[in-house]
Write a protein that binds this ligand. Structure first.
Ligand SMILES: Cc1cc2nc3c(=O)[nH]c(=O)nc-3n(C[C@H](O)[C@H](O)[C@H](O)COP(=O)(O)OP(=O)(O)OC[C@H]3O[C@@H](n4cnc5c(N)ncnc54)[C@H](O)[C@@H]3O)c2cc1C
Length: 238
């Protein structure tokens, strides 16, 4: 977690709201990520934090579902009644709201960073995730909005500006992909399981769907298995 020198107070502000970090000074930052050498003089280091590639995670999970005998049907609507509904913004849950998020994928083999970096900024915190093979994902929530469609010029300028602030070598990066999506969130921004008649809804994963999925899936499975003891039919999900 880093902030440009002029926004250094943001690091202290963020530190008060989090845990499991170690404060790091400029020389330590330079050792952890030599590509940042000389550019930052304070940050927070979350040593146990990790990251994954969501597309690869989905491929691996789909492979595991097949291996366990599950069937995945793509490109068709789910049956009208399902046991577990994970349809994001399409779910009929009144207090669900869409929050737009923007991203860009850069290819820049000249930059070698290993860790997810979050660049604090009073208006727009931006994160950069190394995806291996010289690829980096940049992501942000620019302004809370439910507008769908491609990223705006302003969003892209903020994303690219943040990459450049982390390392000027990103100026030569290839922009491989840009995108935007709507993330389902409840008013308190926390996910929840909600039973409505015969269906269990798992929703509100907001900006941490991949991070929260294992815990939420376990909680949903526990609830469904309890029911299964009473009723031995197969489950259908959407
Ligand atoms: C730019 C961006 C960056 C992000 N970065 C991260 C990150 O770094 N880490 C992280 O943890 N999370 C991240 N997220 C958030 C994550 O993507 C979401 O939290 C997650 O996708 C929400 O999962 P979901 O399954 O609830 O909803 P969705 O991903 O919206 O999935 C719902 C699915 O249901 C399908 N569907 C809808 N109606 C039907 C129907 N009737 N029948 C069948 N299928 C239906 C839809 O087509 C869709 O595929 C990011 C999101 C965005 C937009």
């Amino acid at each position: 977690m880093l902030a440009p020198r002029r926004d250094r107070a943001e690091v202290a502000r963020f530190a008060r709201r989090t845990c499991a970090y170690r404060e790091v000074s400029g020389p330590e930052i330079d050792v952890l990520e030599p590509a940042l050498a000389g550019r930052f003089d304070a940050g927070l280091f979350f040593e146990r934090e990790a990251h994954l590639d969501p597309r690869r995670a989905l491929r691996d999970l789909a492979g595991e579902v097949h291996r366990l005998g599950g069937e995945i049907q793509l490109g068709c609507a789910a049956p009208k009644r399902v046991d577990l509904d994970c349809t994001g913004m399409a779910a009929p849950l009144a207090d669900l709201r869409p929050v737009r998020g923007e991203m860009a994928i850069l290819r820049c083999p000249e930059v070698a960073m290993r860790r997810t970096l979050r660049l604090l900024h009073p208006r727009t915190p931006i994160y950069l995730v190394p995806r291996g093979d010289g690829h980096y994902m940049l992501g942000a929530t620019m302004v809370e909005s439910d507008h769908s469609g491609p990223p705006s010029l302003r969003a892209l300028m903020e994303l690219m500006g943040a990459a450049y602030a982390l390392s000027p070598a990103f100026a030569e990066a290839e922009v491989v992909e840009i995108g935007a999506g709507l993330r389902p969130a409840f008013p308190n921004n926390l996910p929840r399981l909600e039973r409505r008649e015969e269906t269990l809804f798992l929703n509100g994963l907001y900006r941490h769907g991949f991070l929260l999925a294992p815990a939420m899936a376990q909680a949903a499975a526990d609830q469904l298995m309890e029911q299964r003891d009473e009723n031995t039919r197969e489950f259908r999900t959407a």
